[in-house]
Design a protein around this ligand. Structure first.
Ligand code: NDP
Length: 239
């Protein structure tokens, strides 16, 4: 049987890349979105359309989605994974850093949801999988802006879940702790980056992107009448 379209944002590295590989192994056609097109194309996944889309750009996002749906049919699952982490102290951090985090982690996520949700409600089926964080459930020093975005992801997910439950649409929040990816590289303060690396070392390192992809897959492959509302997974030694 032909499988329906799965859309994954931030598929050029880390968790998004691992999720793309997992869904592809399971035979799903994919729309993969990120800014680094060559990284997505280099995955060489069959039945996958890779498009250079910044999730804050609604017009480009919509165009890629329409193109993919033309080819593979309506979106059954959107994995809202694109996100950035810019750690910093609120008094010294460049405001552009938290602005960018809110633009990508929150507005970008809402853009994706807005584009697919009406179709899912009409079809009385579909799944939104929003990648939040343990930092969306508890706060950490140097994470004020980032935690703000991820608490927002939790709130948005639950709010939308309540709105669309009657339409048989599932909304899942995945909240990982530390995952070994490129995400820390973008924090501009050498000192804060080093503190984070020391913390990670103390607890024996982060979990793998593949571990998070398995959690995403676990939630998705349940029958449509089973909604895994939230999965929290983290290194065992992380507090
Ligand atoms: P990576 O930096 O490896 O991946 C982030 C992905 O997001 C990349 O594919 C990047 O692609 C994409 N991205 C960033 N900005 C944009 C944008 N404006 N438009 C489109 N795509 C964008 O990090 P992770 O895999 O770790 O992060 C994935 C998600 O997991 C994020 O939401 C993050 O907050 C969350 N998370 C990560 C944790 C961790 O410890 N690593 C822990 C908890 C949550 P490109 O640059 O090519 O656009």
């Amino acid at each position: 049987m032909t499988k329906p379209l799965v859309v994954i944002t931030g598929a050029s590295s880390g968790i998004g890349e691992a999720a793309a590989r997992k869904f592809s192994q399971e035979g799903y056609p994919l729309l993969l979105l990120a800014r680094r097109l060559e990284r997505m194309e280099s995955l060489g996944l069959p039945n996958s359309l890779c498009r250079q889309v910044d999730v804050t750009d609604r017009i480009a996002f919509r165009a890629a989605l329409e193109e993919a749906e033309e080819q593979y049919g309506p979106t059954d699952c959107l994995v809202n994974n694109a996100g950035i982490l810019r750690l910093g102290r609120m008094d010294t951090q460049d405001p552009q850093e938290w602005q960018l985090m809110f633009d990508i982690n929150v507005q970008g996520l809402l853009n994706g949801i807005h584009l697919v949700l009406a179709g899912m409600r009409r079809r009385k089926s579909g799944t939104l999988i929003n990648i939040s964080s343990v930092a969306g459930r508890k706060t950490f020093v140097n994470h004020a802006g980032y935690c703000g975005t991820k608490f927002a992801v939790h709130a948005i997910s639950e709010g939308i879940r309540e709105e669309v439950a009657d339409d048989n649409v599932r909304v899942v929040t995945i909240a990982p702790g530390i995952v070994e990816t490129e995400i820390l590289d973008h924090t501009t303060s050498d000192e804060i980056r080093q503190e984070y690396k020391d913390w990670k070392k103390e607890i024996g390192g982060g979990i793998r992107s593949e571990d998070t992809a398995e959690a995403i897959w676990y939630a998705y492959q349940q029958p449509q009448n089973v909604c895994i509302r939230e999965v929290v997974l983290a290194p065992t030694r992380q507090q």
